[in-house]
Design a protein around this ligand. Structure first.
Ligand SMILES: Cc1cc2nc3c(=O)[nH]c(=O)nc-3n(C[C@H](O)[C@H](O)[C@H](O)COP(=O)(O)OP(=O)(O)OC[C@H]3O[C@@H](n4cnc5c(N)ncnc54)[C@H](O)[C@@H]3O)c2cc1C
Length: 361
């Protein structure tokens, strides 16, 4: 009989872990407070990237994630609708971009500094172009809620059970070993339990007697009416970023983090974002309209890096946690690495710098 594992949370992270566990022969139950992928995964830009090297181990994890995404894309035969458009980015000042190209170049990362002329050739509809920008050919984007739904269905096809509308109220050690996961439906017994509850992960860890300090950060996205042209890349400018959905609509985000304290709240942010988008896309400035405003919260440990591994002293009998920003990028690789650790006890060196034990004491 396969190992009995409970996964708490059915966002992109819980879905990826559940699928890999089910593929590895575990008896998986996913417990979700609401409906699958209605948390941060439904309000995400969905940019899949490894464009930054704040820390080399974090870069390497993201790079492995890009590879895992390609593999997942092939496994689903395109149904995930991952769009490998590449991105054009000029968020940093020119000196910063040159430094990044040099740094990424050390790892053989496909990044190129392009001038205004080449930018205009690649994206004829985008206005107010910078002198220089970074072209990252290997990046992509996806609708994480759509993907999480299919990934979870694949886990179910391999025998996983998904309980929705069932908040986990607490997790306690079972007298006979393993865990009792408490919900209004009663207690579920499991040999292993993984908390992948997004912004609520810190609370669940706290209820189980462990500290996982978090600094969840809000973010706003707008979805616009369709535009009558094709945007070839995900565009990341210093004040606004945007991408196109297969039906022509745009998803647009705004570069800020922290509380939405400036005038007009979420609606004010959305209107300012639309204004900036119109400046970037003058041909549709008169017709572009907001169809949906998505106000999300980014799940994030307090130091900004993923927390993936056993709580407490990290012993094999402890609760497992998997929480991070950039979960859309990281989901597929995290799913594989977590499932391997749960099933074999083998911890991948890629996860070495991301153990939750760094918050102990
Ligand atoms: C505006 C915005 C833009 C972003 N852009 C990007 C991007 O471009 N690229 C990128 O990689 N990432 C991006 N992110 C981050 C990314 O979306 C998240 O890291 C990712 O969605 C986290 O997935 P998750 O499964 O951990 O969390 P979630 O999707 O929030 O899923 C957690 C689930 O746990 C459930 N849950 C919570 N408590 C309980 C409980 N007690 N019992 C049972 N279930 C529970 C919730 O209902 C939820 O469904 C963005 C996020 C935001 C908000």
């Amino acid at each position: 009989m396969g190992k009995r594992v409970v996964v708490i949370g059915a966002g992109i992270i819980g879905a990826c872990i559940a699928r890999e566990l089910a593929l590895a022969g575990a008896r998986v139950t996913v417990i979700e407070a609401n409906e699958p992928a209605t948390g941060a995964s439904s309000r995400s830009m969905g940019w899949i990237n490894a464009s930054f090297i704040e820390r080399e181990d974090y870069y390497r994890l993201r790079l492995a994630a890009m590879e895992a995404h390609r593999e997942l894309d092939r496994a689903f035969d395109g149904a995930l609708q991952t769009r490998w458009t590449g991105s054009i980015n000029w968020e940093a000042a020119p000196e910063g971009m040159e430094a990044l190209v040099a740094e990424l170049g050390r790892f053989g990362h496909p990044v190129k500094l392009i001038g205004r002329q080449e930018f205009a050739r690649l994206e004829p509809e985008v206005a107010d172009l910078p002198e220089k920008a970074l072209l990252m050919d290997n990046e992509g984007h996806m609708d994480a809620a759509h993907a999480a739904g299919l990934i979870l269905a694949a886990a179910q096809a391999k025998g996983a059970t998904v309980l929705t509308g069932t908040p986990v109220e607490g997790i306690a050690r079972a007298a006979a070993g393993g865990w009792e996961v408490h919900t209004a439906l009663g207690a579920l017994a499991a040999e292993d339990a993984i908390i992948a509850a997004g912004t609520r992960t810190g609370d669940l860890c706290g209820a189980a007697g462990h500290q996982l300090p978090m600094k969840n950060e809000p973010g706003v996205l707008i979805q616009t009416s369709p535009v009558p042209f094709t945007l070839n890349h995900l565009i990341w400018s210093p004040d606004v970023h945007f991408k196109q959905l297969p039906d022509g609509r745009l998803i647009c985000g705004y570069l800020f983090s922290g509380a939405i304290t400036d005038g007009g709240g979420v609606d004010g942010v959305a209107q300012r974002m639309l204004g900036r988008l119109k400046e970037r896309l003058p041909r549709v400035a008169d017709s572009l309209a907001i169809e949906t405003v998505k106000h999300g919260v980014r799940p994030m440990p307090v130091d900004g890096y993923p927390a993936i591994g056993r709580l407490g002293d990290g012993g094999a009998a402890d609760l497992y946690v998997s929480i991070m920003h950039s979960g859309v990028t990281l989901g597929p690789v995290v799913g594989k690495l977590v499932a391997r650790e749960i099933m074999t006890g083998e911890r991948d060196p890629l996860l070495a710098g991301f153990a939750p034990g760094r918050f102990n004491g």
